[in-house]
Design a protein around this ligand. Structure first.
Ligand code: ADP
Ligand code: MG
Length: 702
């Protein structure tokens, strides 16, 4: 967290750095409320940007209303009724010039308000439309009375700001307006050095701020509503720049700590490689060398291994772990789900048992004595611990942690990674960090999202993989698909049947899987059918996975719990239900569960017709290529990076105004400018970071 503002003598000329309490009307209570929004100084108000705008430039005819729209209407009060059904309420009926009716409903109101809303009064109301007992209505709309001469109303885009309890939009807007009066002249406000800024031909920061907070009457409304107005682009550029600088600074700070130089003897690595049934690909060898070079240094490694599903990242991580273990340090491997962590546990047990290394297991469900035993082992002889985010809890302490491996699969955020880093051997030494991710993201985006990490790419799949043939089939032909499974199982092959739902409900998803399981048991008699979903106990899940792995189960009905990392090479057929509802990245991840062995594999995307244009494009993209990076580019275009990076889970890339898809074209320039600024303008970098990301937990305390 940022500390209280302090005024540096040289900076006192900068009005932005003054505390918000210096604004007239800001007392201790309001100051505390503002602090909850991260607003401590005047400049925090300048950069507290609208989330969106309410469009008051247009009036919608009542007959054109649609439920859930937020719109402005104008009409004359016909009737006012104070009632008491369950609780006091005020009902106001207005009609517009076309004589269409709309009900306004208020559940809390003052007597003066009732007087103001007398029949005949002309009102302009803004609010969300819903469908009520008497047709369309608005509950607690904002309203203004239109005076006889048509004046009295604002016709503009009204900014809507992020706010918190106890601070209404109007009050916040007034505060921001007061703060804006203190904006210094344009040249003084700029932090990007002029020689870097000029070639970009952007608007001045001062103009941009004034415009987004108070759009001029003649502003390009459509552009502002879409977020592509030059003022918004100017601010987005600066925000992306500040974010990038922040990540680079974070990296520099971590790198300024010391880490143990880990070399090992190479003996354990040789033994593991000799025991593997395959030879490493060239890409795996190269990445393993890059990691070994990093770990031998006394600066902490910060490396991301980026490789498509099935590219063989796990064994590369195992090689890294052996280097640390041979040097007498402990290794922690963290996975995003219990299922995936368990799979790593099985793999590492098999690989490391001959080397005399026994992994310790620590997940949320490990409780009581087992947990105590695990914790004791971590402070003692344990060489490797595998688990979920339970590893990050404060109580978990290590004897001598030298390497942290995070199988990220786009589920962890930067600050979560930092939490594990803090569990280093002692205050002097921090562990090396290795992040594995299967999210193939386009290069420019990767350079922004992972600006704090060095990137290694495993850009080659193990030999002998046959590409997955993908087809899209309407659910009307479900019976044919079931026949296909019967035939495949007859040949000794195995299949996944994945049930997906759009709602984020484990329970509903589990129900859908149970229904399908029952249906397949009926139609596929004589074939053993298993079921796995997120509501099952870990032990049950593990048992089912083992049965599927050993071939005792032929068809596995699963929810998206199998999305990440699950590896059963003999499974060569996958059916995905409701494929039209999923995003490309997720479909690609799921499909990555097949095509892992030498068998020709196929994937059937079952969809519910009719397909939307967007869904059709997604399914086509998947049919056309197996290349995760191509799919990622496509997904970025179709849906935006939030989905791609899993920011819904991590909140990692939350911007005030920038939008990585919309603003992707700026990223190369952002990286250029950032490079020069870091080398030559350290002070300006600090001020930009403070301005935009100063309050963000992820950049603090590194
Ligand atoms: P991911 O990169 O998706 O995590 P995994 O590490 O799970 O991929 O590897 C996928 C499968 O490929 C595993 O069964 C693994 O043992 C196997 N594998 C890894 N490297 C090779 C290789 N060089 N040759 C053949 N198979 C390999
Ligand atoms: Mg994996």
């Amino acid at each position: 967290m940022r500390s209280a503002p302090h005024l540096h003598p040289r900076e006192s000329a900068d009005p932005g750095l003054a505390a918000v309490a210096s604004l007239p009307g800001v007392g201790p209570a309001l100051e505390a409320t503002l602090a909850r929004l991260g607003i401590l100084r005047i400049q925090d108000l300048w950069f507290h940007l609208p989330l969106r705008y309410e469009d008051r430039t247009r009036i919608t005819a009542i007959r054109d209303l649609r439920a859930a729209d937020s719109v402005q209407v104008e009409g004359t009060v016909e009737a006012v009724e104070q009632g008491f059904r369950f609780r006091p309420q005020l009902r106001v009926v207005i009609t517009d010039d076309a004589r269409s009716m709309l009900t306004l409903r208020f559940f809390s109101f003052r007597r003066t308000q009732v007087q103001q809303l007398a029949p005949g009064t002309r009102l302009r109301c803004y609010g969300q439309v819903r469908y009520g007992a008497h047709g369309f209505e608005m509950v607690h709309p904002q309203y203004q009375r239109v005076l006889a001469d048509g004046s009295g109303v604002d016709e503009c885009l009204t900014p809507v700001y992020p706010t918190t309890e106890g601070l209404g939009q109007k009050r916040l807007a007034v505060l921001i307006a007061k703060a804006l009066l203190q904006l210094p002249p344009a040249a003084q406000l700029e932090q990007i050095p002029a020689p870097l800024l000029e070639p970009l031909r952007l608007q001045s920061l001062r103009d941009a701020l004034l415009q987004v907070h108070r759009p001029a009457a003649d502003a390009d409304v459509a552009a502002l509503l879409q977020g592509i107005h030059p003022s918004q682009r100017r601010l987005a550029f600066e925000e992306l720049l500040a974010h990038h600088l922040g990540m680079k600074r974070l990296r520099a700070r971590i790198r300024s700590h010391r880490a143990p130089g880990l070399a090992g003897t190479g003996e354990a690595q040789r033994d593991l490689l000799a025991a593997l049934p395959f030879k490493l690909t060239g890409a795996q060898q190269r990445v393993a060398r890059e990691i070994a070079r990093d770990m031998s240094r006394s600066e902490p490694m910060l490396r991301l291994v980026h490789g498509d599903v099935g590219s063989g990242k796990t064994v590369v991580a195992a090689l890294a772990a052996l280097v640390a273990i041979e040097s007498g340090f402990q290794v922690a491997l963290m996975a995003p789900t219990e299922l995936l962590a368990e799979q790593h546990l099985r793999n590492f047990r098999d690989w490391f048992a001959p080397l005399g290394i026994e992994p310790v297991w620590l997940a949320g469900k490990v409780q009581g004595k087992a947990r105590q035993a695990a914790m004791t082992a971590l402070q003692g002889p344990a060489q490797l611990v595998i688990g979920t985010h339970a590893l990050m809890q404060d109580a978990v302490a290590f004897r001598k942690l030298g390497l942290v491996i995070i199988d990220e699969q786009h589920r962890f955020g930067v600050h979560q990674r930092l939490a594990l880093r803090d569990k280093g051997a002692d205050a002097e030494l921090v562990p090396h960090q290795l992040v594995l991710t299967a999210t193939p993201i386009p290069r420019t985006l990767a350079m922004t999202a992972y600006a704090d990490l060095d990137v290694s790419r495993i850009d080659e799949l193990p030999p002998g993989r046959s590409p997955v043939t993908t087809v899209a089939i309407s659910t009307a032909r479900r019976a044919e698909v079931v026949d296909r499974i019967r035939a495949a199982c007859g040949e000794g092959r195995q299949a996944y049947w994945v049930c997906t739902l759009i709602e984020d409900s484990e329970q509903l998803e589990a129900q859908a899987a149970e229904t399908t399981h029952a249906e397949l048991e009926r139609t596929l008699q004589g074939i053993s059918i298993g079921l796995i979903h997120g509501r099952m106990k870990p032990a049950e899940k593990q048992k089912v996975m083992q049965q599927f792995q050993s071939g005792a189960i032929s068809v596995l009905v699963a929810t998206t719990v199998i999305e990440v990392g699950v590896d059963v090479p003999n499974a060569s057929l996958m059916i995905m239900e409701n494929a039209e509802r999923l995003g490309l990245a997720q479909l690609h991840q799921l499909r990555g569960r097949v095509g892992r062995g030498s068998l020709a594999s196929s994937c059937v995307l079952l969809y519910q017709p009719p397909l939307s244009a967007m869904a059709r494009e997604r399914l086509n993209a998947l049919r056309e290529t197996n290349d995760g990076f191509e799919i990622a580019e496509k997904d970025l275009k179709l849906r935006g990076p939030g989905e791609l990076l899993g920011t819904r889970q991590t909140g990692r890339l939350e911007f005030r105004i920038a939008n990585l898809t919309r603003d992707a074209a700026m990223l190369a320039e952002v990286q250029d400018v950032a490079g020069t600024m870091l080398r030559k303008h350290a002070g300006a970098c600090d001020r930009l970071i403070a301005r935009w990301v100063g309050n963000s937990a992820r950049f603090a305390d590194a």
